[in-house]
Write a protein that binds this ligand. Structure first.
Ligand SMILES: *Cc1c(COP(=O)(O)O)cnc(C)c1O
Length: 454
């Protein structure tokens, strides 16, 4: 029997277009609203903050295929294709009849999938004459990816990182500076928003909300400076479809087709990236594949949130997005999977959930690390704390297969490695971590803060 472990594409077989699921969705996502006028948002509205090309991609419901620019493809080739791997050792440890495959998006200079969107975003900025990009970052994966991509395309990058994270987990800050970015702990004295926060509360240790406010202020007050976002928005998920499009070809090399596609879920970009290309066959040809998004049970917007128009950020600067949300001022517990601590779900995903095309599952923190440990000890890759959620959801399904005797084919996305997150594993191994439960009442309280539209 052919027990091939890894499936790789030739450079010439790397996909040259991204897949825009919006064009094929039977029910299009509802339009985001301009927060000032409450009117449907236009690409011109978005282009005040984002590059024009990304603004157009965001609202494009017509073109199913979008060409990847030559210059971006050239840079994808520095690390793509990424391997599709059959997890034989994990299967064996679980004693499951399921066939488990994973797409390894951790093997690139930055260690997570975020680089797949950082490169095109910086490329479009460059092409449109932009000289500076700015963003916020929590744990730092996005900031690191953007710093590298900015350097590649000759842009200056300014990254606002949550102050407390920058101090407690300094390595990604160092990585960003290594790639030439200007890194500032937020709140800072460099913006009006930051000054206001510090004046009110000198000991404020920062949050994604403060960092977003500072980055957007910089983008809107600096000539030739654009803002870039690493998740949630449609154009980010579009760029990430390179993952699923490659996986589709690689599964074919393996002679299989997934019964289930699983990814962890923060704002939805790595999930959309691996799932949408397969979902196209479900929409167009009725193929029966199950799509499962694994969120932390401490931040359960997919399973316990409400479908509402809400802001994408804590400060309320972004357009109003029609999405499953826990409320924009939701304060998630301080779990180690920093990339999954986001209150909302992105408008495409939210529509797909409403239409019953996919569903979420909630993973407690301890279960996620237990899964990460088993994966490390079998497949030899230490997963990012975020990715551990996808592994835990995969293990649940593989165990179900063991009970029922079904030989399902499961594909999950390994969104990143955890080698810069070792303090999280240290805490887990020392027994210092716990699960966080959130009550219905708390969720109701946060949802009361969602703006009411009349
Ligand atoms: C940012 C991040 C995530 C969560 O973001 P999505 O947009 O939901 O993919 C997941 N895994 C890793 C490794 C990340 O860096």
């Amino acid at each position: 029997m052919n027990k091939q472990k890894r499936f790789l594409l030739q450079e010439s077989d790397i996909p040259t277009q991204w897949y825009n699921i919006q064009a094929d969705m039977p029910n299009k996502p509802m339009r985001p609203l301009n927060p000032a006028t409450k009117q449907p948002l236009t690409a011109e509205d978005l282009a005040h903050i984002f590059s024009l090309e990304c603004s157009k991609q965001e609202l494009d419901t017509e073109h199913a295929w979008i060409d990847i620019p030559e210059e971006v493809l050239d840079m994808y080739k520095y690390y793509r294709s990424t391997p599709l791997v059959r997890a034989y050792a994990l299967e064996k440890a679980l004693d499951t009849p399921a066939h488990i495959y994973f797409k390894n998006e951790s093997v690139n200079p930055l260690g997570s999938h975020k680089i797949n969107s950082a490169l095109p975003q910086c490329y479009y900025c460059r092409k449109e004459g932009v000289t500076n990009v700015t963003t916020e970052t929590g744990a730092g994966q996005w900031g690191a990816a953007l710093s590298y991509a900015a350097k590649v395309f000759g842009l200056e990058a300014a990254v606002y990182q949550v102050k407390i994270t920058l101090q407690q987990k300094p390595y990604r800050g160092i990585l960003m500076r290594t790639f030439g970015a200007n890194v500032t702990g937020s709140p800072s004295m460099s913006t009006r928003a930051g000054k206001d926060i510090i004046t009110r509360d000198p000991n404020n240790s920062g949050s994604l909300g403060t960092a977003i406010s500072e980055a957007i202020e910089l983008a809107t007050t600096t000539p030739n400076c654009k803002y870039a976002l690493g998740s949630v928005l449609n154009h980010v998920a579009l760029h990430q479809t390179i993952i699923g499009l490659e996986a589709e070809k690689q599964m074919e090399m393996a002679g299989e087709y997934p019964d289930m596609v699983i990814a962890c879920f923060g704002g939805g970009s790595n999930f959309g990236g691996i799932a949408f290309p397969f979902m196209r066959h479900t929409i167009l040809e009725g193929r029966k594949t199950e799509y499962i998004a694994a969120e932390p049970s401490s931040c359960p917007k997919l399973t316990r949130g409400e479908f509402r128009y809400d802001y994408g950020d804590e400060a309320g600067y972004t357009p109003l997005l029609p999405m499953f949300t826990l409320g924009h001022d939701f304060k998630p517990a301080n779990i180690h999977a920093g990339g999954l601590r986001y209150h909302g779900a992105g408008v495409i995903i939210s529509q797909l959930i409403k239409d019953g095309m996919m569903h979420g599952v909630d993973i407690p923190q301890l279960e996620s690390f237990k899964a990460g440990l088993l994966f490390s000890r079998t497949e030899g890759i230490v997963p990012a704390p975020e990715s551990c959620h996808a592994i835990a959801a995969t293990i649940r399904e593989a165990n179900r297969c063991k009970e029922s005797g079904e030989q399902k084919v499961i594909l999950f996305n390994l969104s990143g490695h955890g080698l810069i997150d070792m303090p999280s594993y240290d805490s887990y191994l020392n027994g210092d971590l716990s699960d966080y439960n959130i009550s219905d009442e708390e969720i109701r309280k946060y949802l009361a803060g969602v703006p009411k539209l009349d």
